[in-house]
Design a protein around this ligand. Structure first.
Ligand code: MEV
Length: 326
């Protein structure tokens, strides 16, 4: 039976986290670490999921029960996507789904979004259904909202479109930016952040301080717009400066952490143009823009501050077909 392997990239948020949930724009870059998903029909009335890196060994569920009963956390995005796909296009028989990731789910690179997009694309190819990038976005973003009840959808856009994307309005605007390269150093704090918890924390802070938080979001939007121009003109020094300013705004939202601050400070002292947290905050990764001549000293400073340097390239290709096997 035909096996389709598709892959989608992880992402790093460059500017605009949290504010994007409230309708402001953000800029996100796809990274060159991917999740691969193989799918094939199995002739049964159940789906079978193999995701060894997520601790899943032949998890199986009847097609008619998808999304019902207990859905274990590691399988949620996959099972709900299968349910939504079945609701829209009908799975006449079960599928075997196998996933493999280049990166740890702890980094905050958007593994849930990448696996959702790669799977949706693989299923559509198995069924010979032509889905536009927009169709794919709608199906996958619905899945994210069904699973976690919140999220801007920027990570889904990065997994589908790849490159560097300017995004807002729940996908109303998805613009692919022309960014040649970005000399970035990425440092992992060693702490896995829980995005929904941090998003709720900011919502609670905003409930008590609406004016303050909405003003911070406006400043963040201003940073995003300036950063867009600086990115398109390869003005790394300016991007660094904007990152450091953006970090101050994010700290005011209460989402930075001691570990993030330590790595950010170390990167700047090590010679980076500027640095900030990337994503929900509370842990995960920080990013720093550097002149290539300073990459070594910035990486060393991050390591000395107990951070793990994660080597990634930016601007990777969006979801793609890897292999068709018979
Ligand atoms: C998390 O990486 C970025 C947030 O803005 C959440 C989202 O946009 O879905 C905090």
């Amino acid at each position: 039976m035909e096996t389709i392997t598709t892959s989608a990239p992880g992402k790093l948020m460059l500017f605009g986290e949290h504010a994007v949930i409230y309708g402001h724009p953000c800029i996100v870059a796809a990274v060159d670490q991917r999740i691969r998903v193989s799918t094939r029909f199995n002739g049964k009335d159940e789906v079978v999921i193999q995701a060894p890196q997520m601790g899943l060994d032949r998890y199986h569920k009847k097609i008619s029960d998808l999304g019902k009963q207990e859905v274990p956390k590691p399988v949620r995005f996959i099972e709900v996507l299968l349910k939504n796909f079945h609701g829209q296009f009908v799975l006449e028989q079960g599928v075997e789904v196998t996933t493999k990731s280049d990166f740890s789910a702890s980094y905050g690179f958007g593994s849930s979004a990448a696996v959702t997009v790669a799977l949706a694309s693989g299923l559509s190819k198995l069924k010979n259904i032509e889905l536009t990038k927009r169709d794919l976005f709608k199906l996958c973003y619905k899945t994210v909202l069904d699973v976690q009840g919140l999220g801007s959808g920027f990570d889904i856009a990065a997994a589908i479109f790849g490159g560097v994307v300017y995004f807002f309005g729940g996908g109303e605007v998805i613009e692919e930016l022309n960014v040649s390269s970005l000399p970035l150093v990425v440092g992992y704090t060693g702490i896995k952040a829980d995005t929904p918890t941090l998003v709720r924390q900011v919502a609670e802070f905003r409930r008590k301080n609406v004016e303050l938080v909405d003003n911070i979001f406006k400043y963040i939007e201003d940073m995003v717009k300036r950063a867009r121009i600086a990115l398109e003109t390869s003005n790394w020094k300016r991007i660094g400066m904007l990152m450091t300013k953006d970090q101050m705004l994010l700290s005011q939202l209460g989402i930075s952490s001691e570990e993030l601050e330590r790595l950010i400070e170390a990167a700047i002292e090590g010679g980076a143009y500027g640095a900030k947290l990337s994503g929900a905050g509370g842990g995960d990764c920080m990013i720093a823009v550097v002149d290539e001549s300073k990459r070594g000293s910035v990486e060393q400073a991050i390591q000395e501050a107990k951070g793990e340097v994660v080597k990634v390239g930016l601007g990777a290709e969006g979801v793609r077909l890897e292999l068709k096997d018979y």
